[in-house]
Ligand binder design. Structure first.
Ligand code: NAP
Length: 262
């Protein structure tokens, strides 16, 4: 399948995990890429894994820096002459895992800046070009944490719930320009972000517990997200917009009562 031949795809958070897998998937399907991350080393590592001959530009920036985002979109257009797909994937977790009474405003501001403002800023500038082209697709990486509690700290969960709602509001804003906006909501996926969880589980002989409460009884791989993102970004999803697709092994489909599964 070459669904992204003659398409230019910009992916944030492409220096690791889901963003890297998405870059490889898109390039394999013919895309020309603008890859963004705050880690230069991560971006270079991603570039090294792309199929031979893939056209790619790398930009190291912070997605919450409006001037840098505007410049990056302008550079994409000046180099490639077009921008067809935006994958707003960069994100940070962490923060305070205590109750609401333990929350710290500075931490909230940091998480909301990256996870929400970063998505809004790239959507703002990329969609202007897509409007000129008369077509575009945007896929935001939210999280199951934005659907239910218990999958991240309070700030992280709130930021991802906001991304899901922003996906709907921007889909409504941009639909008349033939720009589709959707989100994926990953469950537990082994990436840089979740490395501490996996390291801890493996060190304590608890790996079999990871993902065990999902209906598929396992955690997910970045490539499984890349497949869902590529679908939503492609013309195969030409009549899908404003949706948040859980890619979580069935985790959010279940009440997940402890001790009730075999
Ligand atoms: P990852 O391996 O940590 O990849 C995220 C990448 O984004 C990293 O290279 C990170 O750089 C970069 N990044 C972070 N803040 C940035 C910023 N301000 N500007 C530019 N780049 C920035 O994690 P991942 O799991 O692939 O995460 C991708 C997305 O999936 C995130 O939005 C995350 O919230 C979401 N997600 C992941 C899971 C999961 O289980 N892994 C579940 C649900 C949702 P640094 O390494 O320097 O931070």
């Amino acid at each position: 399948m070459q669904r992204f031949e003659n398409k230019v795809v910009l992916i944030t958070g492409a220096g690791s995990g889901i963003g890297r897998a998405t870059a490889i998937r898109m390039a394999t399907e013919g895309a020309r890429l603008m890859l963004v991350d705050r880690s230069e080393e991560g971006l270079q590592h991603t570039r090294d894994q792309l199929p031979a001959g893939a056209e790619v530009l790398l930009r190291m920036l912070d997605v919450s820096d409006e001037a840098a985002v505007e410049l990056c979109v302008a550079e994409t257009i000046s180099h490639y002459g077009q921008l067809d797909v935006l994958c707003n994937n960069a994100g940070i977790a962490g923060g305070d895992y205590g109750t609401v009474q333990d929350q710290n405003l500075e931490t909230w501001q940091q998480i909301i800046s990256v996870n929400l403002y970063g998505v809004m800023l790239f959507t703002k500038y990329a969609s202007r070009q897509m409007e000129k082209q008369g077509k575009g697709a945007i896929v935001n990486t939210a999280s199951v944490a934005g659907i239910r509690s218990g999958a991240g700290g309070n700030a992280y969960s709130a930021s991802k719930a906001a991304v899901i709602n922003f996906t709907m509001t921007s889909a409504c804003d941009l639909g008349s320009h033939n720009i589709r906006v959707n989100a994926v909501c990953p469950g537990l996926i082994e990436t840089g972000m979740t490395k501490p969880v996996f390291d801890y589980a493996r060190a304590n002989d608890k790996e079999q517990k990871l993902g065990a409460r999902c209906e598929l009884r396992r955690y997910g791989r970045p490539e499984e997200l890349a497949g869902a993102i590529a679908f939503l970004a492609s013309d195969d999803a030409s009549y899908v917009t404003g949706q948040a697709l859980a890619v979580d092994g069935g985790n959010t489909a279940s009440l997940n009562l402890p001790g009730m599964k075999v």
